[in-house]
Design a protein around this ligand. Structure first.
Ligand SMILES: [Zn+2]
Length: 455
């Protein structure tokens, strides 16, 4: 028996990649986070607070935007002594970052920043800077959290992902070698169509992954296809939903199709992973030793009265610090700690975009999560999306199986009317496909109403 690939990878290859090819300190940060997840709650809180204070003092010295803002408010970092004091600082929005891009950079780090951009939920591009260290720490936090689901560097993994296209040959070769080294296969979730689904199933059978990681939208889609077509595939040990929250109705579908437990994670491009389920799956652990996460006051748009907006402060990005950044996502804190013994705080669930709520003429807000239930028993609707541009009208986009005749469309219209009330105009559009957004998130509902205000 030779040495298995996984130990070889972890002990020989990864340190090599880590320190030479990629130049990353990920492994040492991973060791640090593996330890801090087990700290007693008071010690974890003290660590989080120490990191936060250090960041605030840095912002005061080095970041013109915060210095200006806090001076105008008569606040100094020394005056912030409790979480309640901190919660009184203004939030930071995407709009603030676009407007004050340069003055949000730290003086001493502004020339060494890395940059990333996102398409944003409205399609308007959004760019931000971060340091190499914060990038490595993000990767370490991701490995820790994925590890709770049994995923480890070097373990045979299949990614259902947005595969970068248009790479130059050398870049593409590097990417292939990198994936080979990490023992992973990337399948492009963007090329996923009804007529290519069988190829995805074939690829999974050929690769025989132990772990499957995918954007939730494409994962659910593939799962639905597997179940509908009766196709059985190779069983992984675990499936991880990425980019957006895996709702209960989706988890059931994925677990049935893959015959393996599915794990919920929550993250966004601005911070990478924010919270994840551990092996007990009692809620999502917030990586509080890396991010300072607040759950804001409950919003009127939330169906769940305890749900508030997720506000994140990145404790390790000193280059372009995000202090109290509003993510636009809603979460509900858990009532009790997780039975696993980790003191990382627990979210009961992440509901997703707050703008996904659809408003009714009589003043109600229906969360996006509600809509899949409306069409639960309508088998000919393969996928749908509701877009609200005006209060009095919605557009219902449908991808259908077979013929969308008048009787079927009337039935669909009646279901939506029952939920939203009479008087709302419903325009039905039958479409060939409803693509996922470039960030991998599939949004069942989109509200373009300006009220509640977009942060
Ligand atoms: Zn746990």
């Amino acid at each position: 028996m030779g040495i298995g690939y996984e130990p070889l990878f972890r002990h020989v290859l990864l340190p090599f990649y880590d320190q030479t090819l990629a130049g990353r300190g990920t492994l040492s940060f991973l060791a640090e986070y593996e330890r801090s997840q087990w700290l007693p709650p008071e010690q974890l809180e003290a660590l989080r607070w120490t990191k936060l204070k250090r960041l605030l003092e840095h912002c005061w010295r080095e970041v013109p935007y915060y210095r200006r803002q806090w001076t105008a408010l008569g606040i100094t970092p020394e005056a912030i002594r409790t979480p309640a004091d901190f919660a009184r600082l203004p939030v930071l929005t995407k709009h603030d970052i676009r407007t004050h891009f340069d003055s949000l950079k730290a003086d001493s780090l502004r020339d060494s920043l890395l940059y990333k951009s996102t398409s944003g939920s409205t399609g308007e591009p959004f760019r931000f800077g971060y340091t190499r260290e914060s990038n490595d720490r993000r990767a370490a936090v991701m490995w820790r959290s994925y590890g709770w689901a049994g995923s480890r560097p070097g373990r045979r993994t299949l990614y259902l992902w947005a595969v970068p296209s248009g790479l130059k040959p050398l870049q593409a070769l590097k990417q292939r070698l990198y994936n080979r080294a990490y023992n992973r296969l990337m399948l492009d979730s963007f090329a996923m169509r009804e007529d290519t689904m069988a190829e995805y199933a074939d690829a999974i059978d050929a690769w025989r992954p132990e772990i499957v990681v995918g954007y939730v939208g494409p994962l659910v889609r593939l799962s639905q296809w597997l179940l509908a077509s009766g196709r059985r595939i190779h069983r992984p040990a675990a499936v991880l939903g990425a980019a957006e929250s895996l709702h209960d109705f989706q988890r059931e579908i994925v677990e049935q199709a893959f015959g393996a437990p599915a794990f919920n994670t929550y993250g966004c491009r601005e911070f990478m992973l924010i919270a994840s389920e551990c092996e007990r799956r009692e809620g999502l652990h917030v990586s509080a030793d890396h991010l300072y996460v607040e759950i804001g006051a409950p919003l009127p748009s939330a169906a769940d009265r305890a749900a508030g907006e997720i506000i994140v402060t990145d404790l390790s990005n000193f280059g372009m610090p995000f202090i109290r950044y509003t993510t636009g996502d809603l979460a509900t804190p858990a009532d009790a700690p997780c039975s696993c013994g980790r003191s990382l705080p627990l979210l009961a669930k992440v509901q997703g975009r707050k703008l996904d709520a659809i408003r009714t003429i009589d003043g109600r807000y229906l969360p996006g999560e509600y809509f899949p239930f409306i069409f639960n028993d309508v088998k000919w609707i393969k996928r749908f999306r509701i877009v609200q541009r005006r209060l009095e009208a919605i557009e219902l986009q449908l991808v259908v199986d077979g013929e969308a005749d008048a009787a079927r469309l009337d039935a669909a219209r009646a279901l939506v009317t029952r939920a939203l009330g009479d008087g709302i105009q419903i325009d039905i559009r039958v479409v060939d496909d409803i693509p996922v957004a470039a960030n991998g998130k599939f949004r069942v509902t989109i509200s373009e109403l300006s009220d509640p205000p977009v942060p």
